[in-house]
Design a protein around this ligand. Sequence first.
Ligand code: NIG
Ligand code: FE
Length: 403
Amino acid sequence: MAEFDRVWVNAALCTMASGMGSDGLGVVPDGAVAAKDGRIAWVGPRAVLPAHDAPVVDCGGSWVLPGLVDCHTHLVFGGNRAEEFQRRLSGVTYEQIAREGGGILSTVRATRGADEDALLAAALPRLDALLAEGVTTIEVKSGYGLELETERRMLRVARALPRERVATVVTSLLGAHAVPPEYKGRQGEYAELAAGMIAPLAAEGLVDAVDAFCDRIGFTPEETSAVFEAARHAGLPVKLHADQLSDLGGAALAARFGALSADHLEHASPEGLAAMAAAGTVAVLLPGATYFIREERRPDIAAMRRAGVRMAVATDMNPGSSPARSLLLMLNMACTLYRLTVEEALLGVTRHAAAALGLKDRGMLAPGMRCDLALYRIGAPAELCYWLGGNPCAGRVVAGRDA
Ligand code: NIG
Ligand code: FE
């Protein structure tokens, strides 16, 4: 008799595991999943489920996927930028607003002025919207403090989220996001300060990875490299906002540092993408940002496919370039704006998104993986990419328990 804690049956599985099923989604039409100690102990066709005496959950014919992973968000921030959005409607661009001292810096002002409780209260409804769609793991960046104390406060709020809701939260320190007003004209000096934040905040257990914004309204490749050296010194993995508005060679730079991911990539060169493939750096696609700032360039998906770069898809949930509270909507945008296939898009919010966070224990339904599941009332996996709005999620399971 197999030793399981719980078994889910009457489900169509999208295992996202290669070697399962006949397509890239690893589909098992009439499947079963069994959990033991929070992990998947067995998964496969129900017809060959081993005998057991564990409680059984009838999924009512739902489709079951690995719990979704939103691998790039700026979930914690003060205020919002609806007013800036209105200005952009009359023709002012995202970049112009940033250069005038608005944009990221306007959110910095609001975030510096908000205490931990206020930041947490503002973040929770955004988190709830993502979780309701079947997300079970989310990355949260700092980057609206731009001084030690507020960066710390943002990361502490990110660490508080899993005490309030059932989900895994992974943090990234994004001190090198923009130059704060008090360092205007002294960008290099601020970049040094940002690099210097890594060690103390890491020592407090607040940092899982280090991120930076390398672009013509962000930091230079040299400044970014210095931040990454400091991360390496602290033993932390890196990721990069790369080549979003211009090609500064961010993709290749990320690859040189063995980054977990390089994100955005609208202007990345085929050479940069090939370097990423060789380094195993995941390309995180953020179609919400392309859409919301009306960027005309698209990431070079054909070059990514040719090079064999793994592609993830995330919300980039942030007040300026992508106020997106729906990862399912991002699936649609990835297909519609970037022409990803359904298979690529779904891998992008499961297996490849987990890889973008360096997490090897999730993103697939396979023995030994965490038993994080998302249940959907749909007729076929393509529906997850097809509908605009509405929420077909019928349940979440986190580490083997209903969430
Ligand atoms: O991922 N590119 C830089 N950072 C964010 C935008 C932040 C903001 O505008 O507040 C991004 O697009
Ligand atoms: Fe971002």
